[in-house]
Design a protein around this ligand. Structure first.
Ligand code: GLY
Length: 356
């Protein structure tokens, strides 16, 4: 019977990043996903690496800053391993922060109207604005590159089958069970996002937090070299994310709606109108599609990272709005933990033990 050092439950951006990182450190790894990898929150995500956002949880500030710094190298490595480009865009963010908020990073600077116009001539919004040295990626392409890199490195995958139980014998983990199979491993990591609670003998207290997004594209027959705007644009109510293939994403709602992933026409219209208010030329663009994803929220809004009370059972989930941004750092610190090394960060505030 084949055995692995680590079974990872869930092939979203966190599970995939961790699988790749563990494999680099020499561990044998199996990823088990209830469907195809990265079809849930990762597929729906905008992909802003928003390490300067004043709305980020203060308790996460150091980790967010470190993960943001890791991104260019993380993407460069992935490109080399997978020969795929996750559309890393490094033009930066133009942000209109809320009252009393100011950017939380080095290199951010306040913009006068003249410079704002020079940087992004199509922005019609005026007021207190900042340039922030952030980047963005296309999370779907990122996940595709991560999966390809992981497979090339020798990570195994089982898809279309949900892990329902972490198997235990003599008080420690022996593997993971799906409805039909058992996968033997010394360690199991719950990376199941909004589904992380659905596990025996116990899950992690995540809940789905719905986000609806809209994608607009240039009208047929309009050919431009790049997207309408170069920068990510963020206001307190909306973000606008350009992709190099000229799509523009508009997001996102934050809804407590259980596992519902329906998109409603009113919300699509509201997001479209809000974007037109910021960049009037978006009115000329065509709504291409809209979707909803389920972010993994946690009771205190912080990720759930580390060992549980059951020897061999770990969690890396609950990243809420920050899964894409925190993926490289999560993979690094979880690899350190699983390898029995002290992580570079104090992980106590994120320990699963705070809930168990
Ligand atoms: N990270 C963006 C969002 O959650 O909407």
């Amino acid at each position: 019977m084949k055995t692995w050092d680590v079974v990872i439950i869930g092939g979203g951006v966190i599970g995939l990043s961790l699988a790749r990182s563990l494999r680099h450190s020499g561990a044998s790894v199996l990823v088990v996903d209830k469907a195809e990898p990265a079809r849930e929150a990762t597929h729906a995500a905008g992909g802003m690496i928003a390490h300067c956002d004043p709305g980020n949880p203060p308790a996460l500030a150091r980790m967010i800053a470190a993960s943001g710094r890791m991104y260019p190298q993380f993407i460069a490595e992935l490109r080399a391993e997978a020969f795929e480009s996750p559309d890393l865009r490094e033009d930066g963010t133009i942000a209109f922060p809320g009252d009393g908020e100011s950017p939380a990073c080095k290199g951010a600077r306040s913009l006068q109207d003249e410079e704002l116009l020079q940087l992004e001539p199509l922005i019609a919004l005026r007021g207190r604005a900042y340039f922030m040295p952030e980047c963005s990626v296309d999370p779907r392409k990122l996940a595709s590159a991560l999966e390809k890199a992981a497979r090339k490195l020798g990570v195994d995958f089982v898809t279309g089958s949900a892990v329902t139980e972490v198997a235990v014998l003599g008080g420690r983990v022996t593997g993971a069970r799906t409805a039909k199979s058992f996968y033997m491993a010394a360690a199991v990591v719950n990376c199941a996002g909004a589904w992380a609670s659905q596990m025996k003998p116990f899950g992690m207290p995540t809940r789905p937090v719905k986000g609806q997004m809209v994608c607009v594209v240039p009208p047929a027959g309009v050919h431009t070299a790049g997207p309408l705007i170069r920068h990510v644009v963020r206001t307190p109510d909306l973000y606008i994310i350009p992709r190099s293939d000229r799509r523009i994403l508009l997001g996102a709602t934050v809804e407590e709606a259980g596992f519902d992933k329906h998109v409603d026409a009113d919300t699509v219209q509201r997001l479209h109108q809000a974007a037109i208010h910021v960049v009037p030329e978006i009115a000329q663009m065509r709504i291409h599609d809209a979707w909803a994803g389920l972010r993994p929220g946690s009771p205190d809004g912080l990720p759930i990272l580390g060992a549980t009370s059951l020897p061999g059972y770990y969690a890396a989930t609950g990243h809420y709005r920050d899964g894409i941004m925190l993926a490289p750092l999560t993979a690094e610190v979880m690899t350190q933990l699983l390898k029995g090394r002290s992580p570079d960060f104090d992980m106590t505030p994120f320990s699963p033990l705070r809930f168990l």
